[in-house]
Design a protein around this ligand. Sequence first.
Ligand SMILES: CC(C)(COP(=O)(O)OP(=O)(O)OC[C@H]1O[C@@H](n2cnc3c(N)ncnc32)[C@H](O)[C@@H]1OP(=O)(O)O)[C@@H](O)C(=O)NCCC(=O)NCCS
Length: 150
Amino acid sequence: MPRRATLADIDVMAAIHAGAFPPPDAWSRDIFDLHLGQPNVFGLLHPSGGTIMVRFAAGEAEILTLAVLPDARRGGIGRALLRHAMALSASIGVQSVFLEVSVANAAAHRLYVAAGFVPVGRRPRYYTDRSDALVMRLDLEQCGEGHHRP
Ligand SMILES: CC(C)(COP(=O)(O)OP(=O)(O)OC[C@H]1O[C@@H](n2cnc3c(N)ncnc32)[C@H](O)[C@@H]1OP(=O)(O)O)[C@@H](O)C(=O)NCCC(=O)NCCS
């Protein structure tokens, strides 16, 4: 089960990121520190080796990163992190969630499409490997319990 990440988790989150992305794309602990220290960012950590970070503002949110360690993949961790992050986003009043994913990243693309994300734009040569980014959006169902802080 994913749980809320705190600043005490940034070393673990950076280690997962370093295992999941090639060196030029891996985020340092300082980047996690910077993001998680913001009041409008939340992170989730899966004990089996995955993490997700989301920034939210004015009814919209953006998935900043999602990473699962290679040895832990295809076990539902990415899907669980995404599902929990979307439920938490809805509970704090987020209506639409955006993300960027490389057109070359078939695994992530399939995961996002299965979760209901639809393509809404494209950023040419966005990534370090010069692949294009697909911008995707998911409109969330509101949970109707009133909004509360994450
Ligand atoms: C993308 C990523 C987070 C998926 O994590 P995961 O834990 O392996 O994903 P799940 O096991 O929850 O898979 C959920 C669904 O995603 C799709 N999927 C995941 N990996 C896939 C792969 N290698 N090939 C095709 N589809 C894949 C499938 O539809 C899968 O459902 P299924 O297993 O029932 O077929 C992981 O591969 C990863 O960390 N990749 C490197 C970092 C990255 O690309 N992050 C996203 C940046 S936008």
